[in-house]
Design a protein around this ligand. Sequence first.
Ligand SMILES: Nc1ncnc2c1ncn2[C@@H]1O[C@H](COP(=O)(O)OP(=O)(O)O)[C@@H](O)[C@H]1O
Ligand SMILES: [Mg+2]
Length: 245
Amino acid sequence: MSIIACYSSKGGVGKTSTAVNIAYAASMDKKRKTLLIDLDQQGASTFYFRVRPPKQHRPRLMLSNKNKAFKAIRETDFKNLHILPANQTYRNFDALLDSMKRSKLRLADLIDEIGYGYETIILDCPPSLSLVAENIFRAADRILVPVVPTTLSKRTFEQLKDFFEKTGYKKKSLCPFFSMVDKRKRMHLETIKDMRKSEKRLLKTAIPFRAQVEAMGVHREPVINFAPKDQSSVAFLQLWKEIRK
Ligand SMILES: Nc1ncnc2c1ncn2[C@@H]1O[C@H](COP(=O)(O)OP(=O)(O)O)[C@@H](O)[C@H]1O
Ligand SMILES: [Mg+2]
């Protein structure tokens, strides 16, 4: 089983779009059984897959009772792809973890219990650098970090690396990649050139800025499914191929 997080402490950088599409790509790849875990109170990946969480779906219940977590897992419209949905009660996830023993290992414990039988687990993460994030860092084998090629996004990634250094997490697991790239923008081109020189961990694949990715909100399915030939779909598939090793 491999656990791949789509994480950044910054919002709106493409975490959810990436999680949804690489989860779909993984499930199509040799029929790997794939579980997408939505950890964000906005429930955007839950929405994209047209799933409703159970009425009494609460992180508290899920973490303390594995049967509740099992029962909350939903099938999607796609074979081999399941989702553990999120709702607004996830806004209290941090406070909840803080009140528990093994507060940094709860997500890893949960995945140990419910992940059996899945080859790939994808985490769609909230934008924070708090306890939920530390749970993610401990649980994930790889952390995909979308970086929009702008000064602030680059800085966010530098801060994440610093945090890993100070706290002793393995920087090896960090896999930054460019997201929402617009080659008409000079700042994008310059930031890409600059970071390619200095950041060896950068993945080769870059996701272009494309209207079809935004249209996922209308179609409510992965862009790879409704527009397979779009440059963004080709790039998301490429991203999956690059990281599946
Ligand atoms: N490659 C892209 N091209 C165009 N729009 C994108 C792209 N990636 C994300 N978006 C749009 O940007 C917004 C934020 O993306 P999202 O994946 O939800 O980011 P996050 O999960 O990091 O907050 C959404 O409206 C989404 O449709
Ligand atoms: Mg998101």
